[in-house]
Structure formats: structure tokens, C-alpha cells
Write a protein that binds this ligand. Sequence first.
Ligand SMILES: NC(=O)c1ccc[n+]([C@@H]2O[C@H](COP(=O)([O-])OP(=O)(O)OC[C@H]3O[C@@H](n4cnc5c(N)ncnc54)[C@H](OP(=O)(O)O)[C@@H]3O)[C@@H](O)[C@H]2O)c1
Length: 267
Amino acid sequence: MTSTEATDLGRALCIITGASRGFGQTVAREMSRLVKPGSVLVLTARSGDELRALQAELAESEAGRAGLVVKCVVADVGQMEGLEGIVRAAKEAFSEDIDHVILVNNAASLGDVSRYAKSFTDMAEVDSYLSLNVSSSLCLTASVVQAFPQRPGLRRTVINITSLCALQPFRSWVLYCTGKAAREMMFRVLAEEEPDLRVLSYSPGPLDTAMQMVARSKTADPNLRKSFSDMYAHGQLLTCEASCAKLMKLLLEDNYTSGAHIDIYDV
Ligand SMILES: NC(=O)c1ccc[n+]([C@@H]2O[C@H](COP(=O)([O-])OP(=O)(O)OC[C@H]3O[C@@H](n4cnc5c(N)ncnc54)[C@H](OP(=O)(O)O)[C@@H]3O)[C@@H](O)[C@H]2O)c1
């Protein structure tokens, strides 16, 4: 630990998309332990039962007993009404005591990885993927930045969960690579425009989640599919907990360059 590293994230309002399972669920659990009493988590995804189960778990935890408030918003982030519902819930949950607003843009889909780029002739299919994976995170982030404007004593942190696919092409993953690359540039522009915002694109590494299962079973490119299967078979996938611990370390240290892409293996 560096001498300047904080031990908590402050009295925070944390908005976490894709909190129903996988990495987002782990981020919610870890953040609940690192925020001060009086903080609020706004958890969102389409699966209401899973969100409510997490809400109940956190209410029973030490943080819950110490006064953490957990709100669930069942919403599709690919739809404008979904985004509006999330922002509304966040505004309702905000109070003047909050000193840190944290948005974690985690929700994403892999897209159809069973086909190669030349098969994507249907513009509506591509638009729908980009709407969920790119437009939604720009519009949600912009709405949150507007809803909680800069003011003395308020820190604002925006996190983009990214991937190596934002930087490198992977065969048969044209939608995912395109979406992650576009999303990352969007956050880099935001970091340039809003110097008081803390903007981080965190690449969590290969995680043992539902998304990985789809990757190793559906990927069209045989070499890529085999590399995912081998990673799974040889126990090389990371747990969400191990990866999330690195993200929390970055947030507590708070000395990354705003807008940077930081890979788990660099932490
Ligand atoms: N797994 C990996 O190896 C890996 C590697 C690098 C980066 N990542 C990134 O890490 C993040 C989390 O991935 P994961 O592996 O945890 O994926 P996951 O297990 O598939 O979980 C995805 C989450 O996003 C939510 N989501 C999906 N579509 C949604 C929609 N239309 N509206 C609202 N929520 C939606 C899902 O909830 P509902 O289905 O309940 O809506 C779920 O909570 C993603 O950004 C992913 O790209 C993953």
C-alpha cells in the first residue's frame, strides 16, 4: 500500500450495470465493503430475481447492517426507458452527504461469435448490438455526468469495463471487438473534455463467467475457440474476485491517468 492510498471509497453512490451475475455482481459485493456507512448502491440488470437476491445478501452483510442502502433497477440498458429508470433511481438515492459518485459501465454482450465479419450484412442486427454495447454506455454516462454536476467536495468516477478486444482483433468476434474499441475511445474523449472526472477503462482478464462459457462453446474461429477451452481446462481463467480486487486497488490508489486502458496484468 502506498502512503497516499485510501482505505475506503468515501460515502458513495455507486451505479453498477450488469450486477445480476459475473463480474458486475462481484463488483457490487466488493464495493459494498469499501464504501462508508450511508452509501448507496444502485444495482441494475434485466434479471430481477438475481438482483433482489444480491440486495438481500448485502442487506444481511456487515455493510448492510451498518446502513448501506441497496436499490435494484430492473432495466434493459439497450432501451432508453431502461437508462431513464436507472438515472431516476440514482437521483432519488442521492443526498448531500454523498461525496463520491461512481458509475461502473459493466453490462455487455458478446454478440454472435459463431460467424465471421463477412456475414454481417444486416444493418439492424449490427445497430442493435452497438445500441446495447456502445450507445447505452455513452448515454448512461452522459446522463449521470449531467445529473451529478461538478461541485466542491464531490468526486466523480466513471469506469468502463473493457477488454483486450478493444486493442486487438479476434477472428469471429467482430461485434465485440468493434464495440469495445468504440466504447474505449468514447471514454478517452470524455476524459479529455472533463478533467475533473476520473475515467478508467479496466480490462479484467479472462474470467470464469457465463460470457466465457459462450466464448468457448460458440466461437467460430477454431484456434480461438480452442484457446478458450484450453484456458478453462487448465484452470487458467481468473475468478471475478481476484480481478475485482485489482480494480478496487486502482480505485483506492486513484493515481491512474484519467482515460487510460489498464489491464489486470498491469496492476
Ligand atoms: N468474462 C470475460 O472473460 C471477460 C473478459 C474481458 C472483459 N469482460 C467484460 O466484463 C464485463 C462483465 O462480463 P461477464 O463475463 O461478467 O458477463 P456476463 O456473465 O455475461 O454478465 C453480463 C451482465 O450484463 C448484463 N446485461 C447483459 N445484457 C443486458 C441488457 N440488455 N440490459 C441490462 N443488463 C444487461 C447481464 O444481466 P441480465 O442478463 O440480467 O440483464 C449480466 O449481469 C463485460 O463488460 C465484459 O465484456 C469479460
